[in-house]
Design a protein around this ligand. Structure first.
Ligand SMILES: Nc1ncnc2c1ncn2[C@@H]1O[C@H](COP(=O)(O)OP(=O)(O)OP(=O)(O)O)[C@@H](O)[C@H]1O
Ligand code: SF4
Ligand SMILES: [Mg+2]
Length: 327
């Protein structure tokens, strides 16, 4: 499989308060690193899931790929082309191949537009001439399993599941190579979640599209992703094949996340590990291993020495001094 997207050592900084406020609050720096040293590879036809607690930097990373956040350092290569230093016009040509489904599908759909306009809007945005918009809308509705009559429905009349399907149809309009889906199943009933995941799986089989899924829901990750990256305070603490990580998480944070979200499979062993403590502020990152104040396996040197990223097996990386290797 060829590599579609390759991100290396990405760093995205934001100013979180003004300098005076930072001084008054005793912060040495008013900037935060929402994403730091993030590296990943996504192959054509594959799905990668980004997981981590709220504020981990998942959406920030996704937005950087479509040019909505500017990285301060690092590289984003798409089909071999470096995107971070591309002039606007050239970037737009690549941008057509990447679609984003935003976090709040109903809120991101204009309520007064009909479905036909919503799903064919990408053609207008990218100034692409289409002979028959009506036929194009019908094709897209068909792809996501909705009847042609939906073309005349208004966005505010859609149920959560239908809005999500319309979001998928809109994302598919320009036949992208990559779809970034931010929380594609949030707020849906479990049965509707399953329908959306099955739809995404089917579309991947039919079109070879790659997905970058951003989610809190580990059942979604297990169901749909080939690889997963676990983010903590903007860094990837573990990255590898989803099956390997679910079978044997090596980083204590991964284990804690998986334990907080027990498998529906009764044959899977249950773990009692609880994730305790507050997520630290990005303005006051812990020293050494940044997970150490919450880590159930912490040892004395963890608060002093920053773990380097190691690769315990091919295609798997993690940043921990004491991986949870089985004896
Ligand atoms: N434009 C911005 N300006 C300043 N800070 C920002 C901006 N965008 C994001 N942040 C901060 O960057 C950090 C990462 O935010 P991000 O939205 O990427 O997290 P997330 O992992 O997607 O969280 P969630 O699961 O809640 O959606 C947060 O501390 C957030 O407040
Ligand atoms: S380096 Fe230490 S504190 Fe950090 S995750 Fe590993 S065991 Fe826990
Ligand atoms: Mg987010």
């Amino acid at each position: 499989m060829s590599s579609l997207l390759e991100i290396k050592d990405l760093r995205i900084r934001f100013q979180s308060k003004n300098r005076l406020q930072a001084l008054l609050d005793g912060d040495s720096d008013p900037f935060i690193d929402a994403v730091c040293s993030a590296s990943l590879k996504l192959n054509s036809g594959e799905t990668l899931a980004l997981v981590g607690e709220s504020g981990a930097g998942k959406t920030t990373l996704g937005r950087a790929i479509i040019g909505l956040n500017q990285p301060q350092e690092g590289s984003i290569r798409f089909q071999g082309q470096e995107l971070t230093r591309l002039p606007d016009r050239a970037f737009k040509a690549f941008r057509r191949n990447i679609a984003m489904m935003f976090q709040d599908p109903v809120g991101s759909l204009s309520p007064r537009l009909r479905v036909r306009s919503l799903i064919t809007e990408p053609f207008k945005i990218h100034k692409i001439q289409v002979k028959d918009l009506e036929a194009e809308a019908e094709r897209l509705l068909n792809l996501v399993g909705l009847p042609p009559s939906f073309a005349t429905v208004y966005a505010h009349q859609l149920s959560g599941g239908q809005a999500r399907r319309i979001g998928v149809a809109r994302a598919l309009a320009l036949s992208p190579k990559l779809i970034i889906a931010d929380e594609p199943t949030a707020g849906l009933d479990v049965s509707v979640q399953g329908e959306i995941l099955n739809l995404m799986n089917r579309l991947q089989e039919e079109t070879g599209v790659s997905f970058l899924i951003i989610t809190h829901n580990l059942n979604v990750v297990r169901h749909i992703s080939h690889r997963m990256a676990i983010m903590y305070l903007g860094r990837f603490v573990e990255y590898g094949l989803t099956d390997d990580i679910f079978a044997q998480p090596l980083h204590p944070y991964t284990l804690a996340l998986l334990s907080a979200n027990p498998s529906p499979d009764p044959d899977q062993p249950k773990s009692e590990l609880q994730l305790e403590g507050e997520i630290p502020s990005l303005l006051k990152r812990p020293t050494g291993c940044e997970f150490h104040p919450r880590c159930p396996f912490v040892r004395p040197d963890c608060s002093r020495i920053t773990p380097v990223t190691s690769s315990p097996r091919a295609g798997h990386s993690l940043a921990c001094h004491y991986p949870l290797l089985k004896d």
